[in-house]
Design a protein around this ligand. Sequence first.
Ligand SMILES: C=C(C[SeH])C(=O)N1CCC[C@H]1C(=O)O
Ligand SMILES: [Zn+2]
Length: 598
Amino acid sequence: ERAAEEGAGRDYMDKLNEWSGTLKNRMTLAQWDYEINITRHTEERMMQVSLDVAEQEKEYWKDTMTYFWREFEDENLKRMFQKHSVLGTSALPEDLNERLIQAKNNMQTTYAKATICDYHDKKKCDLHVEPEVTNIFAKSQDPEELKYTWLEWHKAAGAPSKHYFTEYVTLNNEAAKMNGFDSTAEWWLSEYEAKDSEKQFIKLFNDIKPLYQQLHAYVRRQLRMKYGDEVVSAKGPIPAHLLGNIWAQDWKNIESFSKPYPDKPEVDITAALVAQNYTALKMFKTAEEFFTSINLSPMPDNFWENSVIEKPTDGREMVCHASAWDFFDSENFRIRQCTTITDSFFKTTHHEMGHIQYYIQYKDQPTVYKQGANPGFHEAVGDVIALSVATPKHLRVMGLMEDGPDDIETNINQQYKMGLEKIAFLPFAYLLDLFRYSVFRGITSPHNYNCHYWRLREALQGVEPPAPRSEFDFDPAAKYHVAADVEYMRYYISYIIQFQFHQSLCKLAQEYAPGDNTKLLSNCDIYRSTEAGNALKAMLKLGSSKPWPDAMQALTGQRKMDASGLLEYFKPLHDWLKAENERTGEFIGWEPSTVPYC
Ligand SMILES: C=C(C[SeH])C(=O)N1CCC[C@H]1C(=O)O
Ligand SMILES: [Zn+2]
């Protein structure tokens, strides 16, 4: 009896995966058309397709729930039913789903269309976050220009979305409850398939905190020496507008004037890329060649035909934030990216192509398994490749960095630049979803959104706003992922596990040996190593067909996420920072901010 039921369940599941693949394909195509060209027409069409798809998913879900899949013997079949049993926002009644989609579109459109006026030319008021505001934060060293730009962007992109965000929270929580979760927070956390995920995240943060505090102290001193102690205090948080990034999430743009050994060769390759006439296409082809060099797959023809890799110049409104798209038909994949020729975008290109590589490797999985083992895995693939690309050794092979000694100073400079990207990012990524978990759980409410956000920014990141804030501001929505309803803990996890992956791949490539100073983890380049590539491929092919500890074990032999890889990679830098902060008597940590924001 049960065997017959299970057999029927298997046949049904094969069909359901096919049907859901078709629905996701239709949905993704409409979403793509809207995001690369925001018009009333494309928005209306995306709404219609979304509502139509939701209704069909609801019908399938009713059938799915008629099977006693919890009693099935076949673990894999049970896993597929379990994943399909989470219907998502399609569980909402159509009128509420329409309001939710509208609220999300309003936030996304607000962010995409937001523009500010230029500091030097107040009549020039067509500056978007990409590329203009991003470039100002990459290049300007004028605290007044940076403060003005920071305030204008947060006013234009953040504040107007506050009410849309509240509507989104209410309706998303409604959907969460209809899927059996207490709030959206538990729904997001369920993707990490462990009851103690939040405890795991806290432990990771405590493991990296000493290293972060050393970097924070050193950077604060460098900024104080550059801008004076009127602008940067000796013991307080760092003002958010001075860290080379509009969100203060990645500090690599202040490397040029703060590096430990100023007279060593430049490790930022922007100038070399421009000098060698790199185009967006050439950056993409260069990234592709790294992947194929380790026996991973090339990009298919339709990728090159249909991707949007530069901001169109026809004045259209579009979502520029880099993204990679799976069309769930096992053959169409695209990237949308408003590429500019910079070191930063060279890395982002690898990051996005890592997503596409994952899509390609799991393209023969059933639809329900076309996901990362957990969301952090998907964000880590491209970054793991970029860790090899970023080494002086690899950049010299590419002719993108001048020859020079592989001495300890160059190594510390290189680790420092990587630390400004990877270590600095961790508290920001962690707090962004601590904030949203607290909102979804009703602990933070609309009249203290901004206060709670800045309390977290100060407590975990040691950063303060450049000017007083109030509840008329809504600074979290000035960050793409908040405006676009994209979960963010995935990046925090990625920045930890990518070093675990890197450690294993480097051992396979014989580029790293623990304790061997001639084979430092931070100098490892897996370029052309098919042993490494084949091991990575085997993990990627799993998709989400197995719990993520199985995927982690397949590649690293470990079943836990832990910071050991990251701490091993940055050990020389950590020692150097401790010695340097001791030498200069720098205060480690930060005293409370004096900027009023609650
Ligand atoms: C490049 C992407 C697209 Se998935 C991105 O959003 N990232 C990559 C780094 C962290 C995060 C961000 O920009 O905030
Ligand atoms: Zn990504």
